[in-house]
Ligand binder design. Structure first.
Ligand code: GCV
Length: 717
């Protein structure tokens, strides 16, 4: 070997020793990568998973066992052989008391695990250290296996475990806005993964991978079709297709739900009306429910968008939301639920759109059947980068109220902007409604503890598509992940969840984890800054919601325009929702309402959501409103710059393929953040007529040039 070559080889070896080696990945494996534990970190796992004790089989237990084998093989090497529990150290024993006499003999305190939770315990059987993953039902065992593997994946000790975990929310579900032609409303990750055309005869392998990923988070329900739905979904051929998916999902503990179009009795039932009080309409839905349960015996129920954005509903017949929901609930009976969305605002209503959901639903509190859930978006407008919590939370103590979050980033830069939504979800969940004194958080409404409700729901509008990375970008996987983890435990810390996700998805190296988690935690705030600072909202381009459109005005309805929301004029900017304005504040508990309406109390982050203020109004920082607005826009751009720098520095810890894609997307985000800042400043300056604060660069284009930009092929519509 020539000397330079020898030195070259040595150099390579040395650099391999200092920098972790990352092999190319496309993101398909999500947080379930099971890459080998590096040699230096192996010692604590020397005995882990030496063998898996056999257990009686159900389809779900088979999956649990297969997952354990797959995980241990990937993480620790050779696949463990079967062994009787107690034969040697490091055996993993999984099952329920019914399926495993060895578990039954242990007499574990399984009550705390409930129906879906699990216990993971290190016990001694015949003097040998054994890990027991036990549950009351087989699905709990599968969840426990995923948890156990995640401990090794994140390099936690597993030799002295005493974990009890049970979900705090009963129905933890994804809502797909997927259409039958495979387009996805507000989808930025390719086509719908449901290949309706080939179903039920061909079941793509991806369906099981989807179910497995969801089960790893404890997600136990999925609504297959868009809430803007077609009656065709409820016809026999499409029920057979949905049934085929349900068959794949069942062993993973996932029930299938369908969005139901309220006018189906007319469109596929041959009736002249869909009036929920009409006996023929009731009979149609009862027969339809019976038909569905024949095909899908564990069908979860219906999700309904009624009398909202042009969808049909009971109000078309002078009936109420309660009439409509209860009629469907009676058809379903004890077999499932009806999830009725509170995202309603009517064409006829001239009132502030933010008030309409509350006004329409609050009067019916206590009038819904026990198997009806009212599903409420986190805020009163529509999944904006920041919204105060929806006033319905806490306001309907005698009804089941569910949370609807959006995981897909319709208003937060689609798949190319890095925005970890954990802090946004957490902000809503931790908001205090004060309806029963301090500590009446939204999370406690959602987990049912505040008003002692048993039927609880957390739903997330999915960001999943045919893209290899499932979610359109690697970091958007974190939003699916954090949603699932919060649905299991709405009180969980989203910083901790971000750290888990970063370790599972990329690397356990603290030199990677610490900066990435910091970057993720600040990312949504950066988006708020460069899109909608200080409580501004709904300023995106018309209809596709891509890019800035603060000038959007006119058209079909006022509350689909930006000018309706920001109300900028020579005198100032913002929507007055105090008692002097639309009085939306009055929909909150008195102490919350008083704070939002009081300039001394309201947080600057919500300022222009609730107040119309002069351009010279002094923010809490002492800046004028105009200066504060401009500097926040620029701060958002600087935040994206910082993310780009952080990510560039992390190249040694990430495989080249994923590192490059994230880097490219951050560059797109940087350009678009700048565009948001410049276009918004150019537009609002026409009203403020104030100079830019010192050091702020003028927008490079004229307002007319920004306004002229058009994006007919923006995705998601
Ligand atoms: C499914 C917003 C979105 C629509 C969506 C609607 C809803 O208006 O832009 O695409 O429709 O919310 O949640 O029903």
């Amino acid at each position: 070997m020539r000397l330079p070559t020898l030195f070259g080889a040595l150099g390579l070896l040395i650099s391999l020793a200092v920098a972790p080696v990352a092999r190319a990945e496309d993101g398909y494996d999500l947080w379930l990568r099971y890459r080998p534990v590096e040699a230096a970190a192996r010692a604590p796992y020397a005995a882990a998973g030496a063998a898996i004790a056999p257990t009686a089989q159900t389809p779900t237990l088979s999956l649990a066992r297969a997952e354990l084998e797959r995980g241990l093989a990937g993480l620790l090497g050779a696949a463990p052989a079967s062994a009787e529990a107690g034969g040697r150290d490091g055996v993993v024993l999984i099952g329920t008391p019914e399926t495993s006499p060895a578990i039954a003999r242990l007499g574990l305190p399984l009550k705390a695990a409930g129906d879906e939770g699990y216990l993971i315990r290190t016990v001694r059987i015949d003097g040998k250290a054994t890990t027991v993953i036990a549950a009351n039902r087989d699905i709990g065992v599968l969840y426990g296996v995923f948890r156990y593997l995640s401990l090794i994946q994140t390099r936690q000790p597993v030799d002295n475990l005493a974990i009890t975990s049970a979900p705090k929310v009963q129905l933890r579900m994804l809502n797909h806005w997927d259409n039958l032609d495979r387009t996805v409303e507000r989808g930025y990750a390719g086509q719908s993964i449901w290949d309706w055309w080939k179903l039920p005869d061909h079941k793509d392998a991806r369906y099981a991978d989807y179910a497995r990923a969801n089960a790893s988070l404890g997600i136990n329900g999925t609504v297959l079709n868009n809430v803007n739905s077609k009656s065709l979904s409820l016809t026999a051929p499409y029920l057979a297709k949905a049934g085929a998916l349900a068959d794949v999902f069942r062993p993973y503990g996932i029930r299938v739900y369908l969005s139901a179009r309220f006018s189906s009795p007319i469109e596929i039932g041959g009736l002249k009306t869909a009036d929920p009080r009409d006996p023929a309409v009731k009979a149609f839905w009862k027969a339809k429910a019976d038909e569905i349960y024949k095909v899908i015996p564990d069908f979860g129920g219906f999700l309904v968008k009624a009398n909202s954005e042009g969808q049909p509903g009971p109000q078309d017949y002078g009936a109420t939301h309660a009439d409509g929901a209860n009629m469907l609930a009676d058809a379903i009976g004890s077999r499932g639920v009806v999830i009725w969305r509170a995202f309603v605002y009517s064409h006829e209503q001239p009132d502030d759109r933010a008030k309409q959901g509350f006004s329409e639903f609050k009067p019916f509190d206590g009038q819904f059947r026990d198997n009806v859930v009212i599903q409420v978006k986190n805020g009163a407008i529509d999944f904006q980068p920041r919204e105060p919590f929806h006033p319905l939370f806490g306001a309907m103590p005698k009804s089941n109220l569910g949370m609807e979050f959006q995981i897909t980033k319709e208003y937060l830069g689609f798949a190319t902007h890095l925005a970890y939504l954990g802090p946004m979800y957490e902000e809503t969940l931790r908001a205090d409604t004060l309806v029963k004194g301090k500590g009446s958080t939204v999370a406690r409404v959602i987990d049912g503890s505040l008003h002692d409700r048993k039927l609880t729901v957390m739903a997330g509008v999915a960001n999943i598509g045919t893209d290899r990375s499932w979610s359109g970008s690697h970091f958007d996987q974190a939003n699916w992940y954090v949603f699932g983890r919060l649905a299991w435990d709405p009180q969980a810390s989203t910083r901790d969840i971000a750290a888990d996700w970063a370790r599972l998805t990329f690397s356990n190296d603290p030199r990677f984890v610490t900066p990435v988690v910091d970057m993720m935690m600040g990312s949504r705030e950066a988006v708020v800054d460069y899109m909608t600072p200080l409580g501004l909202h709904h300023l995106m381009g018309r209809s596709h919601h891509y890019g800035p459109g603060p000038w959007v005005a006119g058209g079909e309805r006022a509350d689909w325009t930006s000018v309706y929301y920001h109300r900028a004029d020579a005198g100032g900017i913002g929507f007055d929702r105090t008692p002097k304005g639309s009085n939306a504040t009055s929909q909150y508990a008195p102490a919350v309402a008083a704070c939002y309406a009081d300039l001394k109390c309201v947080d600057d982050k919500d300022l222009l959501w609730f107040h119309h203020l002069s351009w010279d109004y002094r923010l809490k920082s002492g800046q004028t409103l105009w200066d504060g607005l401009v500097t926040r826009y620029s701060r958002g751009v600087a935040g994206v710059d910082a993310m780009g720098r952080t990510w560039a520095d992390l190249a040694p810890y990430v495989d080249a393929e994923r590192h490059a894609q994230v880097g490219d997307f951050l560059k797109i985000q940087r350009q678009e953040a700048q565009w948001w800042r410049d276009a918004s400043v150019a537009y609002f300056q026409t009203f403020s007529k104030r100079p830019l604060p010192a050091g702020e660069a003028p927008p490079p284009l004229s307002l007319e040039q920004y306004e002229a930009m058009s994006f007919p092929y923006a995705p998601g519509i």
